[in-house]
Unconditional design. Sequence first.
Length: 332
Amino acid sequence: CRRQQHILTLVACSQEEKLWDTMKITAYVLGTGLLIFTALMNSVSWYVQNIWDTSGRFWQTTWLKFYHLLDGKEWTIFLFGTALVPSLAFWGFNGILMVADVTGKPTFITRYRIQLGKNDPVDSKKLRQAIYTALCNQFLISLPMLVPMFYIMKRWGNTFSKELPTFHWFLVELSIFTLIEEILFYYTHRLVHLPLLYKHIHKKHHEWTAPIGVVSIYAHPLEHLLSNTLPVMTGPMIMGSHIVSIAAWFSLAFITTSISHCGYHLPFLPSPEFHDFHHLKFNQCYGVLGLLDYLHGTDTVFRQTKAYERHRVLLSLTPLSESIPEAPKKAE
């Protein structure tokens, strides 16, 4: 018994020593890692701060030059920032996509198509109709809406200040804009999916079960007003944002909605799988971020599909439709 107790004591001591050695090694590794991480973060922060200070001065100087070039005419500046710059972003981005849709070139881009075999090539008659409707919505709906927005911003905000907002404040605004857009778009979008409204209003947008970029604003005028224009405009009006912030936000909103409709899951761009699935199934994925869909359970079918597995940023050149293919259909 004594011998067994002695052996057990030795084993316990050995285990305690191993545990203590392990703790010392862990503390050493974590401590060294923490010191290295802190040093790197301090260095990175210093460089980022210097870059931002230089960049901030550049943009401030550029803004003042532009402001004085237009003699401080607020309406002209407002139109430039809210209409011209976002429109150039929209049509420039979609122009590139439409070349690929119509010609199939560059040929490699068809590998990234979400709904394989669709719009290959796109129907030219449908495309012309989409472009015509998009232009009508921009000039006859969005442009007139800028008039009341201008007077609201002029009285309410700091829109035409000679001093630009800080980058950190712009990030705060961008977060608020995105949240407001998500709320307004989700509920107005679900509203137009009610049978009566869908039949007379939203059905037009869903003519494209496999969408392309320009289809993002291919919609009935009333839908374009309620679901496309107001959700994007409301945030800047509430925040009283600077015209430069508004121009950046409108351009970003145009490009992201074009990506979500483009039909291609391209490398290093946000995933369009979520909204593409909405066009395919109609009764899933109503929002932009997916947050309200998760809360309301309107993404349950989507979460059970391969499209959900592919709903991430592609960080390689291998299409996700190849690395995560659809399950083969069972023979009847």
